[in-house]
Design a protein around this ligand. Structure first.
Ligand code: ACO
Length: 350
């Protein structure tokens, strides 16, 4: 149900506001979404183009993943330039100037350089000279980790407004001769501005209501990049046991989502929009079905963007805000799972 358009009686019919003592945000300060934006490379690569290079077909890719095309960065397009463009769009959507920001967190596994952080490059590109900026690496779960991290900074009172960005150029760590991985990923960036605001702590009040983060390093070999500064001194290529990732994905994300529901005292049918990490249409559908979330509440962009890792959720949020589906007051669940393994979810009242 859409809370913004619901009559007051329907809003009151929600279950009583819960005990917020576990993972949910306490009353007083909440991290509220002020703006969202995104940026994609200029070049679109349809499945047919890949089928001309490796032994695959549009039919196989669509049937197994739901992906029809992806965007691939060209010369001059890097993770930091895409991130800065997405950040500018989010600031514009929120009616803000760069100087209004005092925290930048960029979730990425594909930085321009080993260091400095993409976040400090975004800071420089936007002309921000105050506050703090750092990168966070949790692969495809990076954006959920970054949202939860920014939320803790804002609720502590140390910062006022955070740019939370997911930005990737996975095309640059793909083995373009490996059909089992090169068809799956794409490039792009998405950003949201989170703002600390006083809140009465009620479920229907804007802001991040609950978040849950998990990881388990024993799964390292199922999804990793085979290079790095401290081992090979090369960037390396992405390697994945796709079937193994698929096998774990639904159970892991379902667990953290149900944790957020418990923390917030809501049930699956009460959320307005489900915005999952866009890795594979079959994983998205299986997760929604397991949780009992109606398919028409699921935001799907994997067909157009492919898997853009940490960028996929904010890219999808921007699409759904721009086309009018996500509106102020809506309850939005985001979730992701990725290399590590890492996984997490967050419930946001928009
Ligand atoms: N085109 C044609 N055939 C292919 C391709 C391709 N691109 N890729 C693999 N195949 C073949 C395989 O070689 C295999 O052939 P075989 O039966 O002769 O051995 C056959 O297709 C079936 O392969 P499977 O791996 O069993 O296919 P599956 O149905 O599992 O789909 C996929 C593979 C799409 C990778 C799926 O396992 C998946 O989506 N896994 C999850 C990936 C994911 O979600 N990653 C998210 C995390 S990403 C991150 O954190 C960076």
């Amino acid at each position: 149900m859409n809370l913004a358009s619901a009559p007051p009686q329907a809003r009151r019919s929600r279950r009583p506001d819960p005990d917020l003592s576990r993972g949910a945000a306490p009353a007083s300060i909440r991290s509220c979404v002020r703006g969202v934006g995104s940026a994609l490379p200029a070049r679109v690569v349809p499945n047919e183009e890949l089928a001309a290079k490796v032994d695959t077909s549009d039919e196989w890719i669509v049937q197994r993943t739901g992906i029809r095309q992806r965007y691939v960065a060209g010369p001059g397009e890097t993770t930091s330039t895409l991130a800065a463009k997405a950040a500018e769009a989010a600031l514009g959507a929120g009616g803000l100037k760069p100087a209004d920001i005092d925290l930048i967190i960029v979730a990425t596994s594909t930085p321009d350089l080993t260091f400095p952080a993409v976040a400090t490059q975004v800071q420089a590109l936007l002309g921000i000279v105050e506050g703090a900026a750092f990168d966070l690496q949790a692969v495809c779960t990076g954006f959920v980790y970054a949202v939860a991290t920014a939320d803790k900074f804002l609720r502590s009172g140390s910062n006022k407004r955070a740019l939370v960005i997911g930005a990737e150029t996975f095309s640059r760590i793909l083995d373009w001769g490996d059909r089992t991985t090169c068809v799956l990923f794409g490039d792009g960036a998405g950003a949201i501005v989170l703002e600390a605001r006083d809140s009465d702590g009620r479920l229907a009040s804007p802001g991040i209501i609950a978040s849950r983060l998990r990881s388990d390093g024993r799964h390292r070999s199922k999804l990793y990049v085979d290079g790095g500064p401290s081992t090979t001194q090369t960037v390396g290529h992405l390697r994945m046991e796709g079937k193994e990732v698929f096998r774990h994905a639904v159970g892991m994300v379902t667990d953290v989502i149900q944790g957020c529901f418990a923390d917030a005292g809501v049930t699956a049918d009460e959320i307005d929009w489900f915005v999952p990490h866009q890795a594979n249409r079959r994983i998205i559908d299986a997760t929604a079905d397991k949780l009992g979330i109606a398919r028409d509440k699921v935001i799907v962009t994997v067909d157009k963007h492919g898997n853009t890792s940490a960028a996929s959720i904010p890219l999808a949020l921007d699409v759904a805000v721009k086309d009018g589906r996500i509106k102020p007051g809506d309850l939005v669940m985001i979730e992701a799972m990725g290399g590590g393994f890492t996984w997490g979810a967050a419930l946001i009242c928009w």
